[in-house]
Design a protein around this ligand. Structure first.
Ligand code: HEM
Length: 416
């Protein structure tokens, strides 16, 4: 991926470029040349309808933390998409903590922070390491005849579900069954979601509502050592300041949903980055202590999340320009991570890079709850994968998916 290769000569304006980015899946396969061109042409691009697109690191980092730029919350949805309550998948997302502003956000976030502690994540390390080894065993078994296997099915799709399933306390027999409905509900935040995908997402949301309503009741009757039991106890301890049953349901579905496709993206984008750069894979094989920096570099080089969207309150600005109330600001973090003003040689994948602060987990009040868990999982996964399968190689073209959440949906490989 070089910044200026393969830029279409017809791309004359930032509008052309961004239209292409949102309209054509092929433009999103390798969006980095397009991002570089937009950043050169118009780094704070304001469209004729008043939307703002930011592609410089400093502007994105500031916008994500700017309290005058809020979430696309219920009040905003009532104006731009008044029928949103007819879609259970949209309701699940918009009523979750992710799309709240203070004071509701502050209350809900405090409650989840109380259960989702650093101590809990540290205590899961051995468990996660065991789940990584089990996933690698599965790949080894499937590939034992020397044939082509899909590392997406064997690793990327299954491992994050197992890790978040363990955290929440979801019985193992249900992990796989919950993957597809959860993924379809989270797809609602993607660009270009057509009516068919929305039908799937709504069906998924109803299925998850039923499943998690039952699980919450089970934990209420019989608490276990898991985060769901903690959340139920916190909610029930102080009904006035705690969570309603609906808020609890939205929270647990979000914890599962927000932690699956995003981590699938991190693991699969990293797997491809290492296969494309065998010298970097060798560095990590020789020195597993580089794992933390390697995860930062995967997050920067090919981030599993490419955009954070905010809505302007009165008096807001972004990238130094005023934004009218209710208008949206797109911080294209995937572009920010390749901004040469922030990162030297941004198109180079270099796991020894230091001082990287990524925006993949957002920032400010919405900074990702699960970031330490996702990082730990990836830090265990990449060295273990490369140690166990030093001859892992691609056996066909991998299939890309997503833009807001960027990953792959097929990774054909051989292991010898
Ligand atoms: C590589 C993996 C992950 C990435 C890249 C990621 C990314 C993000 C981003 C970008 C946001 C904020 C969006 C915004 O500001 O509008 C976010 C929020 C959130 N994430 Fe993650 N996430 C990951 C893994 C996880 C995991 C494993 C969990 C839970 C187990 C999780 C739970 C959440 C929750 C609950 C929020 C909402 C926080 C709030 O609004 O205050 N995420 N994540």
């Amino acid at each position: 991926m070089t910044e200026n290769d393969s830029v279409d000569d017809n791309w004359q304006t930032a509008d052309d470029l961004l239209t292409d980015l949102f309209a054509r899946a092929e433009a999103r396969e390798d969006p980095y040349p397009l991002y570089a061109r937009v950043r050169d042409l118009d780094p704070v691009h304001v469209t004729s309808t008043g939307r703002v697109y930011l592609t410089r690191y400093a502007d994105c980092a500031a916008a994500i933390r700017n309290p005058a730029l809020g979430a696309q919350n219920q009040a905003w949805m009532d104006v731009v998409s008044p029928d949103w309550r007819t879609h259970p998948s949209v309701v699940q997302n918009i009523e979750s903590v992710l799309f709240q502003n203070p004071p509701e956000h502050t209350r809900l976030r405090k409650l989840v922070n109380k259960s989702f502690t650093a101590r809990r994540v540290t205590a899961m390390r051995e468990n996660v390491s065991g789940l990584v080894e089990r996933a690698l065993d599965r790949l080894a078994d499937a590939a034992s005849d020397g044939g082509v296997v899909d590392a997406y099915d064997m690793l990327a799709r299954t491992l994050p579900t197992a890790v978040v399933g363990t955290l929440i306390g979801i019985p193992e027999k249900d992990w796989d069954m919950l993957h597809d409905p959860t993924s379809s509900v989270m797809q609602v935040v993607e660009v270009g979601v057509g009516p068919n995908r929305l039908v799937d997402a709504d069906r998924g949301a109803l299925q998850l509502n039923d499943y998690f309503t039952d699980l919450i009741e089970q934990r209420r009757r019989q608490p276990q050592q898991d985060i769901l039991s903690d959340l139920v106890a916190t909610a029930d301890a102080d009904p006035d300041n705690g969570m309603t049953d609906t808020e609890l349901l939205r929270m647990v579905i979000l914890l599962f949903g927000a932690g699956v496709d995003t981590t699938v993206g991190l693991l699969s984008n990293g797997l491809i980055a290492f296969l494309d750069h065998p010298e970097q894979a060798r560095l990590l094989q020789e020195d597993p202590a580089l794992a933390g920096r390697a995860v930062d570099e995967v997050l920067r080089y090919d981030s599993p999340t490419h955009v954070v969207v905010r809505v302007a309150a009165p008096g807001a600005e972004a990238g130094g320009v005023p934004v009218a109330p209710g208008h949206t600001v797109f911080s294209i973090t995937g572009a920010a991570h390749h901004d040469p003003a922030q990162f030297q040689n941004p198109e180079v994948f270099d796991i020894t890079r230091t001082g990287t602060t990524v925006l993949s987990f957002s920032g400010g009040i919405h900074f990702c709850v699960g970031a330490p868990l996702a990082r730990m999982e990836a830090e265990l996964f990449f060295p273990a994968l490369l140690r166990r399968f030093p001859t892992l190689s691609l056996a066909g073209p991998p299939v890309r998916r997503g833009f807001v959440v960027r990953g792959y949906s097929s990774l054909p490989v051989t292991v010898k």
